[in-house]
Ligand binder design. Structure first.
Ligand code: C5P
Length: 244
């Protein structure tokens, strides 16, 4: 049942997978955007650019508005540096945080351990498999003889074995990973476009209905929502299309 709070309509969608990438370059645009939406519609992703511009203050502000935050800084460093960063993220109270799976087994295992010992709300610990901007040729340049599909599966298995809560992957590998690693292992998928959206620079895209059919847990959407003339309508249209 919908209800009114702070002069906004709050919704009760059973499948609430949208994570909006807050890829803005000034704070006024962020505030203008979040004034139009509310936490019953989506979660928010803060990437490296946005964090470099606005830092923890923005996270604090968004938390005060009730939003859950995916802090997408894709940590990739020596264990000591990653572990302290993960702990700081947990202390910030973010909902989800990520590490590059190629950081290796010891970083992933130790990060899990740090969060298991954390006193308070523990963020979901996610690893990034293979960046969707890389293709099979890029892997050859890196001396990796796997296809993107198989390399993603290998990194997802490492992540699963090390106790990650899930992985970031492209929609093209998601079905395989859901089958291999089960329902509980969360999949976070960028590169989502509706039929009438511009692809922008995304190449391997799927649409929200396909995401639902695969059982993807969270879909990351940036430009199609934040550049929309009516972001609230855009989000609601997607939610209604996948909640029927
Ligand atoms: O605007 P768009 O919907 O393409 O935004 C996708 C978001 O997901 C961006 O913030 C981008 O950095 C992020 N992302 C991605 N591909 C990955 C990992 C993250 O597009 N493999």
């Amino acid at each position: 049942m919908n209800y009114i709070k702070d002069n906004k309509i709050m919704f009760n969608f059973s499948y609430l997978p949208i994570v909006v990438a807050l890829d803005f370059f000034n704070k006024k645009d962020i505030l203008n955007f979040i004034d139009q939406i509310n936490p019953t519609l989506c979660r928010l992703k803060i990437g490296i650019n946005t964090f470099m511009l606005f830092g923890y203050r923005l996270i604090d502000l968004l938390h005060k508005r009730g939003f859950k935050i995916f802090l997408d800084l894709k940590f990739h460093d020596i264990p000591n540096t990653v572990l302290s960063s993960i702990e700081i993220a947990a202390k910030m109270g973010v909902w989800m945080v990520d590490i590059h799976a190629v950081s290796g087994k010891s970083v992933l295992l130790e990060a899990r351990n740090v969060l298991d010992k954390f006193y308070g709300d523990v963020p979901l610990l996610i690893s990034v498999t293979l960046l969707t901007s890389l293709n099979d040729h890029d892997l050859i340049d890196l001396g990796i003889s796997f296809s993107t599909y198989n390399y993603t599966e290998l990194l997802a298995k490492l992540s699963y074995d090390c106790g990650m809560d899930g992985v970031v992957c492209s929609g093209y590998e998601a079905n395989n990973l859901k089958i291999k690693f089960g329902k509980k292992f969360k999949l976070i998928v960028p590169g989502i476009r509706c039929y009438n959206d511009s692809y922008n620079d995304q190449k391997r895209i799927i649409n929200p209905i396909e995401a639902k059919e695969i059982g993807i847990d969270y879909i990351v959407i940036g430009r199609p929502i934040i550049n929309s003339l009516n972001p609230l309508k855009k989000i609601k249209d997607i939610l209604f299309s996948i909640n029927n």
